[in-house]
Design a binder for this molecule. Structure first.
Ligand code: IMP
Ligand code: MG
Length: 423
């Protein structure tokens, strides 16, 4: 068997949580391969709303195994809070969740360093989620990190050495902080983590594939936040792209099957950095209000704009997307006109690719305009009911992106999902 990969094609928050939850009935195993509690995957069903940060979205279905892979960074304190709240709502997870011993630990001082580095950057700050993601991956790559498997032997010694190193950096930055409470909950998290199956997940996943089990890899953030191919330096610190599933799980490239690319019918971004189709007017505000575009982790207002086909084509290329999934189509239900960006004008010159150096103030999107469908689609149960204008919009997107849109979401609930091209 091969693994299928689901990932975001924009700047995150495309609605991966909901889609994984819809797709999981088809899979035996759901795994996370990168990122950490900077993610906030929102799921809604049976009138309940859940936000997952580090735990894979397959956790709600009792018969699935969920795995946190080696490419993930884990904060034990936040993990404990998340896991306990799931258990309290009737979703036991100790037997259903395995964690890679090679996943790196986010230390309390990583979170403080995240804040200190952002403060030091002043105007050029990234607008991180403040969860310590960057400093943790930095330590991983510079060979100073602590891994989940380390909690099993001589942990205190390793922890204190890492902490001392971080404290020296914080001192050099003249950054004031109080670690007491953070450290207390973190240590409780470490003890809690010991109750879980800490595994060599690369062996486990490959053995499962050999045994014919189906595996879905759940990406976090989005392609345009990838540390190599995103809008650097305004990116996260992991490989959010399909290749991240290989390094973040120990799955070989020839074991990748379907690549589901997920996008919204429009586009959003949180944090700083270029966003060519951002709308600063009433339309942007309307999209934000109708789409409830506020960060699941930080509560920040998301920046909103029209769909950007230039960035999407790039993302589809980098990931080898085999099928598209379009979320939140219903948010555009009441707009007179829908726009899609098909090129950029930079310094008077038109280009149709995502450039190396993209500055926010110097870029003018080139739009194609289409009539809106002006229909409430949230009650539809089949694509046969789609209005003509909506069909024209998806035909246009499929032609431009040269990839089929196989699933269309028309509302937050599990049921508000239309699957197309069913044989
Ligand atoms: P970090 O991942 O916390 O270091 O943040 C780096 C950038 O990625 C910031 O612009 C964040 O707003 C953005 N980011 C991180 N995680 C997410 C996510 O799950 N959804 C959307 N944006 C994210
Ligand atoms: Mg999110």
């Amino acid at each position: 068997m091969k693994v299928d990969v689901l990932l975001g094609l924009q700047w995150g928050d495309e609605g991966k949580g909901k889609v994984v939850d819809v797709l999981t009935p088809n899979y035996d195993v759901v795994v996370r391969f990168q990122g950490g509690p900077n993610a906030g995957h929102t799921l809604e069903f049976e009138g309940q709303k859940y936000v997952l940060r580090s735990i894979p979205s397959g956790i709600f279905q009792g018969d699935k195994l969920n795995v946190i892979g080696n490419g993930v960074v884990l904060d034990p304190a936040l993990f404990k809070a998340e896991a306990e709240s799931l258990e309290a709502s009737g979703h036991p997870l100790k037997e259903r969740l395995h964690i890679s011993k090679k996943a790196h630990l986010i230390l309390p001082t990583h979170r403080i360093l995240d804040a200190a580095y952002e403060a030091a950057k002043g105007k050029s700050k990234v607008g991180t989620t403040g969860k310590g993601i960057g400093p943790t991956y930095t330590d991983k790559v510079s060979r100073n990190g602590l891994r989940v498997g380390d909690i099993l032997h001589n942990f205190e010694e390793k922890y204190l050495a890492a902490k001392a190193r971080h404290e020296a950096i914080l001192k050099s930055l003249n950054y004031e902080y109080d670690i007491t409470e953070l450290e207390r909950t973190w240590m409780e998290g470490i003890e809690y983590l010991k109750q879980f199956h800490l595994v060599d997940s690369e062996h486990e996943i490959n053995n499962l594939l050999k045994a014919g089990k189906s595996v879905l890899c759940e990406g976090a953030q989005g392609t345009m936040l990838d540390v190599d191919f995103g809008s650097y330096p305004f990116v996260t610190s992991s490989n959010t792209i399909c290749a991240g599933a290989c390094t973040g799980l120990g799955v070989a490239p020839n074991k990748i099957g379907e690549v589901y690319g997920i996008m919204k019918a429009y586009c959003t971004r949180v944090g700083a950095g270029p966003f060519p189709t951002e709308l600063f007017d009433e339309t942007g505000k309307r999209i934000r209000d109708l789409g409830h575009e506020y960060g699941a982790v930080t509560g920040r207002e998301r920046r909103c704009g029209w769909i950007d086909l230039v960035a999407l084509k790039y993302a589809i290329m980098i990931n080898g997307v085999t099928q598209l999934i379009m979320m939140k189509s219903d948010v555009l239900d009441d707009f007179d006109t829908i726009k899609a960006c098909v090129g950029y004008k930079i310094g008077g010159k038109e280009i149709d690719y995502f450039p190396y150096d993209i500055k926010e103030d110097d870029i003018e999107p080139i739009y194609v305009e289409m009539p809106g469908w002006k229909t409430d689609m949230t009650k539809y149960t089949s694509e046969n009911e789609f209005p003509e204008e909506f069909n024209a919009y998806i035909d246009f997107l499929e032609t431009e992106l040269e990839t089929p849109i196989k699933i269309i979401s028309i509302g937050p609930d599990r049921d508000q999902t239309i699957v197309r091209y069913t044989e």
